[in-house]
Design a protein around this ligand. Structure first.
Ligand code: ATP
Ligand code: MG
Ligand code: FE
Length: 341
């Protein structure tokens, strides 16, 4: 089985070819950092235009690298949401056009399912169910991954996502864009115990997350002028890691039968986050699985792989499938959220 995967939901344009046996035959990725850097964040209209220009050449390059034509592909998997709607539409329309022209099935992949299943692309031994900490630019959730398309959300953030907090901290400290890697680099030169910062929701019964208060504390610490950006970055990262570990440990107490503790999404590329989670998993006698860094941030291999998993389960989608800006993995949890979390 050979799946073509497309990704364009944020500011990475990507195309990849992945086999059912987990071979990544080809993967191409074009970031747009330079285009967005002057604005200090992703500008949706600029992102959508860039996807339009870059996606088709990337698909051609991926097919050339794999030395196959579209005929050799079994299905076309493309992100259909959630994300910046203009970008999502570019990938979805491209996927639909290719599927129609080559008479191949279309698989409309939830970008979060791409992140959620990426650890199974990296590790063939990872079996369901597993506890997943999904930490990315737009999401911070704990999910029990029970199977393909079967996600039970145990917790979410009541305000900002962890990646968003990294990005905002980088902006406050003038460390540049994209923020996560910049904060991680600065943190290596700082003292994580230098700045007293809060650990929002630490110790609370429900394993939810909160990062808005931490961001405000970073603003105040920076304004105080007492600490270097490196010390603030290191202290901020330590606070985030503390919160992620405390909340994940709480979730572990509420479930049983998980085969592994797994992390995915852009923030999972952070070495401090990975190290602390690995130690937590060891403490609980659980396997720890984290994809390599490049599979944590947005890419098309994870979309092709989610497509492969869905295709194997007989799940394909009609050509009139809509692009969705919002698309929860666990709609029941989203409904139950109501006024609270
Ligand atoms: P979502 O997947 O929720 O739709 P997204 O696709 O924009 O959001 P990802 O590409 O999965 O998010 O992750 C990007 C986020 O990960 C950014 O917020 C970025 O700052 C963060 N990130 C990337 N590398 C690191 C790192 N080394 N340390 C901390 N954060 C990081
Ligand atoms: Mg990005
Ligand atoms: Fe993502």
């Amino acid at each position: 089985m050979l799946i073509l995967g497309l990704e364009s939901s944020c500011d990475e344009t990507a195309a990849a070819l992945v086999r059912g046996d987990r071979t990544i035959v080809a993967h191409r990725l074009a970031g747009q950092e330079a285009a967005h850097r002057p604005y200090g964040g992703v500008v949706p209209e600029i992102a959508a235009r860039a996807h339009v220009e870059i996606l088709a050449p990337l698909i051609e390059q991926a097919l050339a690298e794999a030395q196959v034509s579209l005929d050799a592909v079994d299905a076309i998997a493309t992100t259909a949401g959630p994300g910046l709607i203009g970008g999502v539409m570019v990938g979805l329309v491209t996927g639909k056009a290719l599927a129609h022209a080559a008479a191949k099935p279309l698989i409309a992949v939830n970008h979060l399912e791409g992140h959620a299943l990426s650890p199974r692309l990296a590790d063939p031994g990872l079996a369901f169910p597993y506890l997943l900490l999904l930490v990315s630019g737009g999401h911070c959730q704990l999910l029990l991954v029970e199977g393909v398309g079967r996600y039970r959300r145990l917790a979410t953030t009541i305000d900002d996502a962890a990646g968003e907090a990294f990005d905002k901290t980088a902006k406050i400290l003038g460390l540049g864009f994209p923020g996560g890697p910049a904060v991680e680099r600065a943190a290596t030169r700082g003292n994580p115990a230098a700045v007293p910062l809060p650990r929002p929701l630490k110790g609370s019964a429900e394993p939810h997350f909160s990062f808005a208060g931490l961001k405000s504390a970073v603003v105040r610490a920076h304004a105080a002028g007492r600490w270097s950006p490196e010390d603030i970055a290191a202290s901020f990262q330590a606070a985030v890691v503390d919160c992620l570990i405390d909340r994940t440990a709480r979730a572990l107490e509420t479930i049983d039968g998980a085969t592994a503790l797994v992390v995915a999404g852009g923030v999972a590329a952070n070495a401090a986050v990975r190290g602390a989670l690995e130690a937590l998993a060891a403490k609980h006698g659980l396997r720890f699985v984290a994809p390599p860094g490049w599979l944590c941030t947005d890419n098309a291999a994870m979309i092709a792989w989610a497509g492969a998993e869905r295709f194997a389960a007989g799940l394909t989608d009609p050509l009139d499938t809509r692009a969705r800006a919002r698309w929860p993995l666990d709609p029941t949890a989203e409904k139950a959220r109501g006024a609270g979390v």
